[in-house]
Ligand binder design. Sequence first.
Ligand SMILES: Nc1ncnc2c1ncn2[C@@H]1O[C@H](COP(=O)(O)OP(=O)(O)OP(=O)(O)O)[C@@H](O)[C@H]1O
Length: 261
Amino acid sequence: MSLLATQDLTIRFGGHVAVDAVTCSFEPGTLTAIVGPNGAGKTTYFNLISGQLKASAGRVSLNGRDLSGLSASQRTRAGLGRAFQLTNLFPRLSVLENVRLAVQASREGSHRRGLNLLSIWSDHEALTARAREILEQVALLPKQDELVSALPHGDQRKLEVALLMALEPQVFMFDEPTAGMNAAEAPVILDLIRRLKADKRKTILLVEHKMDVVRELADRIIVLHNGALVADGKPAEVIALPVVQEAYLGASSPSAEGAHP
Ligand SMILES: Nc1ncnc2c1ncn2[C@@H]1O[C@H](COP(=O)(O)OP(=O)(O)OP(=O)(O)O)[C@@H](O)[C@H]1O
């Protein structure tokens, strides 16, 4: 049984079918890159999986459980990890405090041992230690005391990834994780994704426009085109397809022919 699967997943906006009956499954220990031209439906597919959008038809399942009726936060609790929108954060709290809250949320229950001051303090220490560990991995430890609202864009993106790590999901969903980052910042996030990949229990989905990143990180690539899944396979085979060449490398013959769903 696949960890995560979509079955005929579809969404229509008025007459426009943005995601068109996509059936696909994702296995643990695999990083799948989702590629396709602008407007192909990649982000919308992510939004349908994570519950930010409600499907017009089809279903999403995790460990065989149908998630269709669940909200985005219920899906997060079920194990689907999507980077937080920074608007969900507490801008007037520090970077460390935000990550600590996310660690605490993911360990809900274990820190509530009644009003025993000693256990409250030791839990607080453990949560802080874990939050610092995560911040170190995303190279944000030097900024742990800064207010989230004061962070530059690249650091905000790193913080999104830190919060995702804090939740310890089964499925990590990254939507252009290095977009807007400068040349010094992007490798930090890519290194982190490489390390996550080494954990064979994790399933990673990555929407990424940079083909060199996709080529290096992906075990498998799926291609969306006009909302439909038009190719699925090993990176070298999929990258050679005309639809991918056209979208990313500006080849002259736009065609999905020869692709194999
Ligand atoms: N809320 C919405 N209402 C109406 N149309 C939408 C909505 N969200 C997405 N769309 C449309 O659905 C299509 C797919 O958009 P989506 O953002 O998923 O594409 P994408 O592959 O992620 O593109 P990009 O690579 O440019 O980020 C587009 O035509 C877009 O305009």
